[in-house]
Design a protein around this ligand. Structure first.
Ligand code: SF4
Length: 109
């Protein structure tokens, strides 16, 4: 898998994260249960590889993921107003990829 740029480039990550304004106040709607929160083994590997060395050993794989809506490294406790039911994504299927692409296209219209 080719790692998303934001997993390897802190500036790109921070810029994308700033787009994902957290307006959600309900604890039920967090990245940790969002259908756009990607926690596949490949993605976790990318995220960990992009972290500073001193953080690579202490990061908890269950707490981190990649936001497929805003393209940034994300923690399970974060949230935004684009939350989608059905996550986290532990295994990416073609069906799921298509669903994410369609959801994003509809929002961008
Ligand atoms: S879309 Fe929002 S709630 Fe979902 S993973 Fe991204 S930042 Fe988190």
């Amino acid at each position: 898998m080719q790692c998303p740029i934001a997993t390897q480039d802190q500036k790109a990550n921070d810029k994308n994260k700033s787009e994902a304004e957290s307006k959600a106040e309900d604890d039920e709607y967090k990245c940790g249960n969002c259908a756009r929160f990607i926690q596949t083994p490949d993605m976790i590997e990318c995220i960990v590889a992009g972290l500073p060395e001193e953080m690579q050993d202490i990061v908890d794989d269950d707490d981190i993921g990649y936001c497929a809506r805003w393209d940034f490294r994300c923690s399970e406790d974060y949230a935004c107003d684009r939350w989608l039911a059905g996550g986290p994504v532990k295994g990416m299927t073609e069906k799921h990829k298509i669903m994410l692409k369609m959801a994003r296209m509809m929002e961008d219209e």
